[in-house]
Design a protein around this ligand. Structure first.
Ligand SMILES: Cc1cc2nc3c(=O)[nH]c(=O)nc-3n(C[C@H](O)[C@H](O)[C@H](O)COP(=O)(O)O)c2cc1C
Length: 167
């Protein structure tokens, strides 16, 4: 378990390689086996492989430009009418996707959409998502162009960890 966690990095450069359907299915499984507040599961995914659509999605914020080079982009959609905890639930889904991508030898990076100006509306329009749904983030996934250094245990900031009481 700690292995993919340490290897998980924000991958923003991808090789021009196709991800196998089997790997995509493993990632979908990882997204599906999530905890959920009140077991409401207020999330849905849109999986995008079409080049023109990826190009459009890569323009929704200034920090999304690299998404067009990924083999696929997963949009994480939430339903705030279904659950007030949609952000927490969708964030767990996104992290499961990111970690399983690493576990499959792939790379990804969270692209923030919620609260990024018009980005949410733009993603809704590009992907035909109903206006009452929310868009948390985009996760471009592909074969990493380079192996970024994994997280080192020596970099853990121990001052963040309190025992028994905060002080
Ligand atoms: C909530 C959230 C939003 C993020 N938004 C973006 C983004 O819009 N574009 C981007 O390139 N990276 C984004 N990132 C990736 C972070 O920049 C990255 O995780 C951070 O720099 C730490 O690097 P690491 O993931 O390699 O450990 C986001 C990460 C999180 C958790």
């Amino acid at each position: 378990m700690i292995d993919p966690i340490k290897k998980r990095r924000a991958v923003r450069e991808f090789l021009d390689q196709t991800i196998t359907e089997q790997k995509i299915q493993e990632i979908i499984k990882a997204a599906s086996f999530v905890p959920s507040a009140n077991a409401l599961y207020p999330w849905e995914l849109v999986i995008v492989k079409d080049g023109a659509t990826k190009e459009q999605l890569s323009k929704v914020t200034p920090w999304a430009t690299f998404a067009k080079d990924a083999d696929l982009i997963i949009a994480v959609i939430g339903d705030e009418e279904e659950s007030p905890e949609w952000i927490e639930d969708c964030s767990i889904v996104a992290e499961h996707i990111w970690l399983e991508a690493v576990n499959q030898g792939l790379g990804s990076c969270w692209i923030q959409v919620r609260k990024q100006g018009e980005a949410e509306n733009d993603v809704r329009n590009i992907l035909n998502i109903p206006k009452e749904k929310r868009v948390l983030c985009l996760l471009p996934i592909g074969v990493p162009a380079e192996n970024l250094a994994e997280h080192e245990e020596s970099a853990i900031d121990k001052s963040k960890i309190k025992y028994e009481k905060y002080k």
